[in-house]
Design a protein around this ligand. Structure first.
Ligand code: MRU
Length: 386
């Protein structure tokens, strides 16, 4: 089965190595891990239509910039299986592209599949879309693994450069949201260097921002790191600045949903505040990304990137596993996953899902082609003329 890998990758669940998305054995439908149930339940879903793929992206059954791109690509395949005509292709493209507006990977993957299938006779389109989606997925794995290798080198240098009295201590990295294998097809972006460093024997410890409102850090990043055996501690989003002031963060590393031609990065809401705190405390702030996350048509991220506003219910309510009520923080493994209201009846909420960190606050970008300055010159140096 395509999703069961032969080599050992970070996506190890109960001894099996997984990808986040795969073609099912029927050769037509698509399997995904249901991320709305993690960390409490590991379940999968089958997507059999374009509508189901769009719904899975909107409701964040699948999420993370690279993964929603691959899901969109397979969504076009599903649409073309049902109707391979031009009108169907256009409607499916529009439907999938509208699901989440900020991550550029979605539009990038949809455009790539459309460019591959549009010149073909209708009867060849569904298979061609499937082939292209598989190529995009495999490329994503390779890019993320390469990001891991480049980030590993950087972490090793930073760890070695610490003062003698800090050498025996863990190398402390802070991350925000989830930019691990669950956000990609495999490996992750920001977490790939962490996995590589941990496996290489670097004494790593990760501060995991909970990442309100949806808590991708507390639920998904902590789940990933725990499964891989990486020492980590979940913190509230407001703790990072305090930890940096007290020398407890050696580096910050995050992912990005859209990187502009001049190196501004748009990532999960709250990333900008971490970058400000890092800058104020002289802590290096790294952003890890594959080429599919770069939007060469946009320079000024604050002015030009559309920021998704999600439901206020994600702010006013919170989801978790029912605790046993004894105050000790325990809960039975099979206990119900419930949503509880945090706010008074009638208090409105506002939920911008992303923010932009200007390039001047980014120490460097870690890409599949190497490490570069967060600037037009830096990106041009790796990717050629813009
Ligand atoms: O809203 P999400 O969970 O899709 O947001 C994900 C992030 O912000 C990640 O940091 C980003 O996609 C970079 S991922 C590899």
């Amino acid at each position: 089965m395509e999703h069961l890998q032969q080599r050992r990758t970070p996506m190890n669940i109960d001894g099996k190595a997984w990808r986040t998305i795969w073609l099912e054995q029927d050769g037509r439908s698509v399997g995904v891990i249901d991320q709305t149930q993690l960390p409490h339940r590991f379940t999968t879903c089958t997507l059999s239509s374009c509508e189901q793929a769009a719904e899975a992206i909107s409701t964040m059954v699948v999420r993370g910039a690279p993964l929603i791109g691959v899901t969109g690509a397979y969504g076009l395949m599903l649409a073309l299986q049902a109707d391979p005509g031009d009108a169907s292709l256009a409607a499916a493209f529009a439907q999938l592209n509208a699901t989440r507006p900020t991550a550029i990977n979605l539009r990038w993957a949809l455009e790539r599949v459309r460019a591959r299938v549009a010149p073909l006779p209708p009867e060849q389109r569904a298979q061609a879309a499937q082939d292209e989606a598989a190529v995009i997925a495999n490329e994503d794995v390779a890019m993320c693994e390469a990001i891991g290798d480049h980030g590993l080198g950087l972490f090793q240098q930073l760890a070695a450069a610490r003062p003698a009295e800090r050498q025996g201590q863990p190398f402390n990295v802070l991350t925000h949201c989830n930019a691990g294998w669950l956000a990609t097809v495999d490996w992750g972006t920001a977490l790939a260097p962490i996995y590589k460093a941990h496996r290489a024997g670097l004494n790593m410890h990760v501060w995991v921002d909970e990442t309100r409102p949806r808590n991708q850090g507390a639920s998904l990043t902590a789940f990933e790191l725990g499964r891989e055996g990486v020492p980590h501690t979940v913190i509230v989003d407001n703790a990072g600045g305090h930890l940096m002031q007290h020398g407890q963060v050696d580096a910050v590393i995050v992912g990005t949903d859209r990187t502009t031609s001049r190196g501004d990065v748009c990532n999960k809401i709250g990333t900008y505040l971490k970058a400000l705190a890092a800058h104020d405390n002289g802590v290096p702030f790294y952003v890890a990304l594959p080429a599919s996350t770069i939007d060469w048509t946009v320079a000024d991220g604050v002015a030009e990137i559309p920021i998704e506003a999600r439901s206020a219910a994600e702010v006013t309510h919170i989801q978790g596993r029912l605790s046993d009520g004894n105050g000790a923080g325990g809960s039975a493994p099979g206990a119900a996953i419930v949503s509880v209201q945090l706010t008074p009846d009638g208090s409105p909420g506002f939920n911008p899902a992303f923010d932009v960190t200007p390039a001047r606050l980014v120490t460097a970008l870690i890409t599949e082609r190497g490490v570069c300055a967060a600037s037009e010159a830096g990106l041009k140096g790796l990717y050629g003329t813009i």
